[in-house]
Design a protein around this ligand. Sequence first.
Ligand code: 4AZ
Length: 290
Amino acid sequence: MLLLFVAAALALQDAEVEEQPGPAEQQAQSEQTEDATGATPWQAQIYSGKPAWTREDMESGRDGWDLAHKCGGSLIAEGWVLTAAHCINAARIENGHRIRLGADYIDNDEGVTYRIDRMVRHADWNQKQHAYDVALVHFVADEETNDSKSGPVEGIPLYEGPPLGAGVAVYATGWGQLDETKGSGFEAELTSVDLQTVDCSTYEQYQNVPDYQLCASGRTPGDDADTCTGDSGGPLVLEGDVPKLVGIVNWGVGCYRPNSAGVYLRIDNANFRDWVARAMVSDPSVSELR
Ligand code: 4AZ
C-alpha cells in the first residue's frame, strides 16, 4: 500500500495544478492530529461537479474544492462505488455530482472523474435514525473523464467472514473534517486513521446501536482517533495481506472526543453482502432496494 502511494505521488508530481474556482483561500488548518499516509486505490470521492454557491458558501471563506466535497466511498466493482445513503439522492445525480477515483489530494484536479448515472439506496434508510445508511452509486465515463492525472485505481473486495467482535485492528480513510465543529472545512489530502473495533454497548451514547452497525475507536486508551463529517460513505478496512472492506463510515456523537467512538455499517457474511450483490444486478429502473 505504501509503495502504491509512492508510485501515485510520483505519477502526480508533474500534474498541472488547476485551481477550482472558490470564494476565498482556505483557512489555515490548526489541527492535524492524524497520520496522512496517503491514497488507497479503492478510495472514491463524491463531489459536486457544478457547484452552485449559496450566500452562506460565499461568506464561509472556504475554497471551491472544499465546498464541493460531499462524501467518501469505496470502489467495489467496475462502475460501482459503495457509500452511505445520506451521501446520494436523485437531486445530486440530476445536478451533476460526480465520482473521483485515483486521487490523494482533492484540491488540485488529481484523479479521474465520472458522471453518476444511477444509485441504489437501501429502502429502509432513515436519516434521523442513521438507519440502513448504505447505497451503491453507479458511474459512467463522459466528456470530462480523463485519467492522465490519476493515481492507481483498484477495487476492494468485501469482507466475507463472520461479524467482527471487539479488539480488531481496522483503519478508515477520508477527506473529512479534523475537528467536530460544523463547517470547519475538509482536508485536501487523504487521511488514514488507525482504529480498533469496540463494543458499542460500553458507550452510553451507543446503547441502541443495531447489530448491523459496529463501533470503532482509537487503538490506545485516550487515543482520540476517529472519523468525522466528510468521511461518511468511506471505507473501514480490515488489515491483512489482502485488505477487505468491513465497514462504511456512517455517524457518531461528535468526533475526536476522548473515550468515544464512531459508528460504521457492517459488511460481512451476515450483513449487507447479499444486499450489495442484489443491488448490482437489479434492473436499472431500481433506485431503492430492501
Ligand atoms: C458525519 O457527520 C460523521 N465520529 C461521521 C462519522 C462520525 C461522526 C459524524 C464519527 O458524517
